[in-house]
Write a protein that binds this ligand. Structure first.
Ligand code: ATP
Ligand code: MG
Length: 460
């Protein structure tokens, strides 16, 4: 939590001492005056750059990789931009694949790495408004080839518009990106309202980069966010899914989530989660639960461990599901039906906003259903449960819940011991479970056996 508070302090106390006038005259920063060394660039990306250059084309690294290299961070991937047309790039590389419908790109494939090569495009400020924009001002076409100058202004933020030129190893800066990088400022290129209207996903990208880089959002850029955020409702759920994955599993989930909430943007991505966070009786528990989930996720990513998006979605929607289940119980539904229906309804609502693939929603359902079984600890099921496909995810979810629901601590501790125990000890633990359980209320036992049976049935 303190990390998040510190992040906000940095964000709002930062002295922004950058000249806000944006120049379009390119500044070339020679190799001797910047820190990018070819040693830090992927071998494959260099191969692509050199081959394009040797064939007489211009070739640059651009975007996040240049930004990250200048910041001393390891880039996620290397993007190349060139004046060669996709077909020309394709001819130069045997392993190249032409992709994309909206705009054509080339993927040059190496073992374990893909280098994306794009042709200079225009599209930031196109002349013919009607042809390229829909009624909301959103860009629907930006597939025209252009020059390096055109390519610069279609990019989102100044710090993402720096080009590393393979011809002389210089960095080319048209938009004052170097200055902004040094000052830790995220500034949109051009008029903020227009640029966010053109593509509202840039709002989410601003949040993601501000969180990841601990940058402040330049005031005019920040001011345009609330004015254009409503347009996120018009972005396709498939694109929002891609962006949500980057937001939550980019390694800075806690800061990103806090910033999304602070900017009142969560409602466009997870409206049901935002609704429970707004409820005074639930706010504290939900907030802690989600922050813990994101902390675990961030830690796993820092340790190069995989993260399961289904687990994150299960957590994001857990409290909305619980709340709805409670209402359905009050309406008279039996617990097992109430919980199952609540899960289905919450997922059906959610996928209208974010197109979460079925494989993830199904796993989320399994994780939820397993909570019943883990909580009940039915003696004759316990051993089989440990060997179930989703045990680990369900168990991790129970541990997370136990952090905010103290009544689950004892059960969670028992499952940890049971999971770690050898077969003999497990048998003893199961036996020990039988006796006190039998002495408990029998009528309740009947109800739970029903729920456990249905819960075990495989989700569709
Ligand atoms: P990272 O890969 O570290 O998440 P990135 O800046 O490389 O960050 P990408 O999504 O890989 O982000 O995009 C590469 C570059 O393409 C960006 O740096 C930016 O210049 C440009 N870009 C990407 N998406 C947009 C957009 N929606 N609007 C304008 N420019 C964009
Ligand atoms: Mg990138």
């Amino acid at each position: 939590m303190s990390k998040v508070i510190l992040f906000f302090k940095n964000l709002f106390n930062k002295q922004v001492s950058v000249d806000s006038s944006i120049s379009n005259a390119p500044v070339t920063i020679p190799r001797s005056e910047h820190s990018i060394s070819r040693k830090q660039v992927s071998h494959n990306a260099l191969k692509v750059l050199y081959r394009l250059h040797d064939a007489g084309f211009s070739a640059y690294l651009v975007g996040g990789c240049v930004r990250d290299l200048l910041l001393g961070r390891e880039p996620k991937d290397f993007d190349v931009v060139t004046n060669a047309k996709p077909e020309e790039v394709h001819q130069l590389f045997r392993s190249a694949l032409l992709i994309g419908r909206r705009f054509r790109l080339v993927h040059v494939r190496f073992s374990g790495e893909i280098i994306e090569v794009a042709t200079f495009r225009q599209g930031g400020f196109v002349q013919d408004e009607d042809e390229h924009r829909n009624e909301h001002g959103m860009l629907v076409r930006d597939n025209q080839y252009g020059t390096l100058n055109d390519d610069v202004i279609r990019r989102d933020f100044t710090v993402n518009s720096l080009y590393y030129n393979i011809a002389d190893f210089s960095v080319v800066d048209f938009m004052g990106g170097m200055q902004d990088l040094q000052a830790g400022v995220l500034r949109i290129i051009g008029d903020p309202l227009t640029r966010f209207r053109e593509d509202p996903v840039r709002i989410l990208r601003a949040i993601r980069f501000a969180a990841k880089l601990s940058f402040s959002i330049e005031p005019a850029t920040a001011a345009a966010i609330p004015q254009t955020a409503g347009l996120l409702a018009h972005v396709s759920p498939a694109r929002l899914f891609d962006e949500v994955i980057k937001l939550l599993s980019g390694g800075y989930g806690q800061e990103t989530f806090a910033l999304l909430r602070h900017q009142n943007l969560l409602k466009y991505l997870f409206p049901l989660t935002e609704a429970v966070l707004q409820e005074p009786t639930m706010h504290h528990e939900v907030d802690r639960f989600l922050m813990l989930m994101l902390r675990n996720t961030d830690e796993r990513i820092a340790q190069d461990k995989g993260v399961n998006p289904a687990f994150m979605f299960a957590a994001m929607l857990w409290h909305p599901r619980q709340k709805l289940a409670l209402q359905l119980l009050e309406d008279g539904l039996v617990p097992v039906v109430a919980h199952e229906q609540a899960g289905n309804q919450v997922i059906n609502q959610q996928v209208k906003h974010i197109a979460i693939p079925r494989r993830f929603t199904n796993t989320a359902r399994e994780i939820w259903q397993m909570q019943f079984q883990l909580e009940k600890r039915k003696p004759h099921r316990a051993i089989a449960l440990v060997y179930m496909h989703r045990f680990r995810a369900g168990y991790d979810f129970l541990l997370l819940r136990a952090e905010v629901e103290p009544h689950l601590t004892e059960i969670a501790t028992w499952w940890t011991a049971f999971h770690d125990a050898d077969d003999e000890t497990r048998q003893e633990m199961v036996k020990a479970l039988m006796k006190p359980k039998k002495r408990r209320r029998r009528s309740k036992g009947k109800k739970t056996s029903q729920s456990a049976d249905v819960v075990q049935s495989a989700p569709e």
